[in-house]
Write a protein that binds this ligand. Sequence first.
Ligand SMILES: C[S@@+](CC[C@H](N)C(=O)[O-])C[C@H]1O[C@@H](n2cnc3c(N)ncnc32)[C@H](O)[C@@H]1O
Length: 195
Amino acid sequence: MLLDCQRIDRFLDFSSNDRVLDVCCGNGILARELAPSTLDWSGCDFSREMIAAASHHRIANERFLIGLSTRLPFKDHSFSKVLVYACLQYHTTKDAITAVSEAKRVCVPWGRILVGDIPDVAQKRAFDKDTAFGCRRRLVGLASEAKRFVLSQPRAKDTWFDREWVSRSFGDRRWQVVISRRDPPYRFDALLAPR
Ligand SMILES: C[S@@+](CC[C@H](N)C(=O)[O-])C[C@H]1O[C@@H](n2cnc3c(N)ncnc32)[C@H](O)[C@@H]1O
């Protein structure tokens, strides 16, 4: 996780003037590492359990609240940096576009938005081959007890994204998108900065 935090800090270059929003903050693990170098840090997640866990490790300049990425409970232009990290896969492509337009709405026009750790559809086959995750998908293809069992388990949406599509769909007249590949290459990051 430290590596992720270093990477996020390189993109967003946090300073003691920054008001940061951490969309889909989970248990606040990024906040614990990164919030101390910012002015204040707000985390929002739709899971009550995650927000309870995040609030448990409270640092003075952090607050966590329940909220949907697609309808952020914040006023326009409330934050200088917005982080949408390791959560796009739980969104449909339509909801991903809504979540990013919400991130733009709550960010100041001169701010920065990092949509990070996005599953790369061009790498899906390689990912399935190289990891155990592919086995689960293959089981879903079986007409058997195994299929019923696999389908009965709670599932993430597991949406994979095309890099070109992300550039086109998240960029607009005000925001330009810079895509960065990662190593291993199964995921990528999209930094949105003002044009
Ligand atoms: C893998 S965790 C990542 C947490 C955190 N961003 C991190 O990198 O440690 C994904 C989180 O997204 C949250 N989530 C998924 N879809 C959401 C949505 N539409 N609105 C708000 N939270 C959502 C889940 O509850 C979960 O806590």
